[in-house]
Design a protein around this ligand. Structure first.
Ligand code: UDP
Ligand code: MG
Length: 325
């Protein structure tokens, strides 16, 4: 089998403290893989600057000056981790045979890449990097993250357990992904839908090398909510079931009330009446809220806004430079 061209895709947002360390780590890994004959010399590390407000882009350009294997993609503004990753993958797919996406913070073990490439050589089109343990995470992060997967599971969003966005994808899988046009991006849920043969590689996750997590609890809840509402309609179904149950109970209650009335035990009963009104009112508003959530998604999808806009692409610069000379 010919040596595949690998693009390592790394979304970076305000990572100037980590990038000088991890950027070199990724490049070193790329060189190691090239020297061992596992990947082609055309392979690159593609850093995606997701509208950082610090010196991240300057760091990327500096890396590129010292090593042509480092390339950069600059988004026109901050679009969030998922969109930045998609921008990188969609750009890389035109140059690469395989991509590996990984976070910039050095938390994921880069040595799992060897095994990922081996799985690809054995025929897998998608290889998920799965965290073997979460011992290095804080107790809070660990429990909230486990809750995150539990919630997703209950509400019918299919994801690979303990897999974040560290994964290998082949050109074919990327071309499949490119056909998903949704704006509410949750890649972890989408990629199983792309299909093809997949496999998993297990690794230990380290602590962040420097800088701070951009995923506080609020963002994680947001991602879980997005994941559920953009992948499944189970919440809607649950509400239908809930509404059915409430209707049955109400019917029973009406019967009882009528019977009581027939026997002449009429009471003033305005308290219970108010209770029922409040209860039903509450349920209705809750249901409307969830329906509104989906309508909001339809609204966003129907606008069909671009999911990202590329400002600069050093890969293209390299090409034109070559043509000029
Ligand atoms: N990131 C990004 N855009 C954002 C937020 C984060 O590209 O708006 C990148 C960030 O630079 C990192 C990755 O997404 O490479 C994951 O973020 P982080 O490490 O903060 O999340 P955690 O690992 O704590 O869940
Ligand atoms: Mg991280």
């Amino acid at each position: 089998m010919a040596k595949p061209i690998l693009y390592i895709v790394i979304p970076c947002y305000n990572e100037e403290t980590v990038l000088p360390i991890t950027g070199l780590m990724f490049l070193e890994k790329l060189h190691e893989l090239m020297q061992n004959g596992k990947i082609s010399d055309e392979s690159r590390v593609l850093f995606v600057n997701d509208g950082s407000k610090d010196g991240t882009w300057a760091q990327i350009l500096r890396l590129r000056e010292t090593d042509v294997h480092a390339q950069g993609l600059k988004l026109s503004r901050n679009r969030g981790h998922q969109n930045a990753l998609l921008a990188g993958l969609m750009t890389a797919k035109d140059y690469a045979d395989i991509t590996i996406s990984i976070d910039c913070d050095g938390q994921d073990d880069i040595n799992a890449m060897d095994e990922m490439i081996k799985e690809y050589q054995d025929g897998a089109e998608v290889v998920y990097g799965v965290r073997a343990s979460r011992e290095t995470d804080t107790f809070f992060k660990r429990t909230t993250a486990q809750g995150f997967y539990k919630i997703l599971e209950i509400f019918g969003a299919e994801v690979v357990y303990n897999h974040a966005d560290y994964r290998l994808m082949s050109k074919r899988a990327l071309e499949g992904l490119a056909r998903f046009k949704e704006v509410n991006l949750f890649l972890r849920g989408l990629i199983p839908l792309v299909g093809f043969k997949s496999s998993s590689v297990y690794y230990d996750r380290h602590e962040r090398i420097a800088g701070e997590s951009h995923y506080p609890l609020s963002k994680m809840l947001h991602l879980a909510f997005d994941g559920i509402t953009s992948l499944s309609v189970r919440p809607l179904k649950m509400i239908t079931g809930f509404g059915f149950l409430i209707s049955l109970i109400s019917l029973l209650a009406v019967l009882i009330v009528v019977v009581i009335k027939l026997f002449g035990y009429t009471v003033q009963g305005w308290t219970s009446l108010l209770c029922v009104i409040f209860l039903l009112g509450g349920i209705q508003i809750f249901c409307l809220g969830v329906i509104g959530e989906y309508i909001g998604k339809i609204y966003a999808e129907s606008k069909g806004r671009p999911r990202y806009i590329i400002d600069k692409n050093t890969l293209e610069e390299t090409e034109t430079d070559e043509k000029d000379s």
